[in-house]
Design a protein around this ligand. Structure first.
Ligand SMILES: Cc1ncc(COP(=O)(O)O)c(C=O)c1O
Length: 382
């Protein structure tokens, strides 16, 4: 069933790429396949010239102007305990304190703001495990238009309730984020509505990249950024922003995925798009197929994509709660989880993006219990 392998540029190179293709049957098959890593479907070939044009199209300055007065410029706080563990100054970028409690509002709003007004007026459509959903619903409310969001069955109920609170209509779809995405795309095409992709869109990537612009200004001598990866929009956007604005300084950007949902990491290291199962507590990052644009950007702009085990997310959430009182969701703790498992990642002043704070009740209760029991090793860093 697997089609010829795509040859997206390998990490840190920008060689000519090839193509992968696949039928709708194969896509459905991929969605159902929970046990193996497979070649992704769809054309994958971005030439070096296309990658260069894409980097130019990711206009983070324009996004920053658009988001001024809309997104919060979230604070950064030093984390001395992680600094001691890693031997480098570590700063936390508190996107858990963003409106809608995640960075996702940045990309969603930027995309919607740039859209054709007539199409925007026909309504917004999105697919999401919950954070992008809230970003799109929030943007819809700001522009006074309808929004319909397709979420995977079993999605975090707190995120779904908050999405509805912004006025969105929510449709549940079996089969994970990828199936929700297919349903959303079909619905958008039917009514010529505005589909707001969660990650594979230059305006979305640019909006997420404004996190990187703020980090340059907020972290003195910034040298490393560690950030969670699902479809790759946040990491690609930050890397694009830093490539254009770090004033000659080399800032390393390292992505983090769950070992149990490692499609992006696998693809980054293989140099071609691969699908993988996604079964992790970090629901915000449970994407089975990397973006075509985001992977191409990552291949030329990211330094590495590492993975962490499920316990690392728990340890990171407990550490963050015990030190500074940050109650973040699992995906939001990915960067800290990576520093716990790979302390050497922090080289020079290091920023870790706390990308989301929409934690569900059961997870929050378990984090509280683990914190009180102080049995999790990371609490020793308090
Ligand atoms: C809290 C959180 N962190 C990280 C990510 C990953 O973002 P991206 O899909 O842009 O890689 C997401 C995606 O929804 C998220 O919700």
């Amino acid at each position: 069933m697997t089609q010829p392998a795509a040859t997206t540029p390998s990490p840190r190179t920008s060689g000519k790429s090839g193509a992968a293709s696949g039928s709708p049957d194969e896509q459905a098959d991929d969605a159902a396949d929970r046990t193996t890593t497979r070649t992704a479907t769809g054309p994958d070939d971005l030439s070096p010239a296309e990658v260069a044009a894409l980097i130019r199209a990711v206009d983070v300055d324009r996004a920053a102007a658009t988001l001024s007065g809309v997104a919060r410029r979230t604070r950064v706080v030093a984390h001395p305990g992680l600094g001691r563990r890693t031997g480098a100054p570590v700063w936390l970028k508190c996107e858990d304190e963003q409106h809608t409690r995640s960075f996702k509002l940045r990309g969603a709003y930027n995309r919607v703001a740039q859209a054709d007004p007539a199409r925007r007026a026909r309504g917004l459509v999105a697919a999401s495990a919950g954070n992008h959903a809230q970003g799109v619903a929030y943007a819809a409310a700001q522009f006074g238009v309808d929004s319909t969001i397709f979420v995977p069955t079993g999605a975090n109920s707190v995120k779904v309730a908050r999405t509805r609170r912004w006025g969105a209509r929510v449709e549940h779809v079996d089969g994970g984020v990828d199936a929700a995405l297919a349903a959303a795309e079909a619905f958008a095409a039917q009514g010529d509505r505005l589909m707001v992709h969660p990650f594979d869109d230059a305006a979305v990537i640019a909006g997420q990249g404004t996190v990187g612009l703020e980090l340059i200004e907020q972290v003195p001598g910034l040298r490393t950024v560690v950030v969670g990866v699902g479809g790759g929009g946040l990491a690609a956007g930050i890397a694009a922003a830093l490539a254009g604005h770090a004033h000659g300084a080399q800032v390393r950007v390292v992505g983090v995925q769950a070992e149990n949902a490692s499609a992006f990491a696998d693809s980054f290291h293989a140099g071609r798009r691969l699908c993988a199962p996604a079964d992790t507590i970090a629901d915000g990052m449970a994407v089975r197929t990397p973006g075509r644009l985001t992977l191409a950007l990552a291949a030329s702009l990211l330094d590495d994509v590492v993975t962490v085990d499920e316990d690392a997310f728990w340890e990171a959430m407990v550490l963050l709660r015990a030190t500074g009182g940050h109650l973040v969701e699992p995906a939001g703790a990915a960067g800290v989880a990576a520093l716990l498992r790979h302390p050497g990642l922090a080289q020079g002043p290091t920023a870790v993006v706390l990308s989301g704070g929409n934690i569900d009740l059961a997870t929050a209760e378990r984090v509280a219990a683990l914190t009180a029991a102080a049995t999790v090793p990371a609490t020793r860093l308090a």
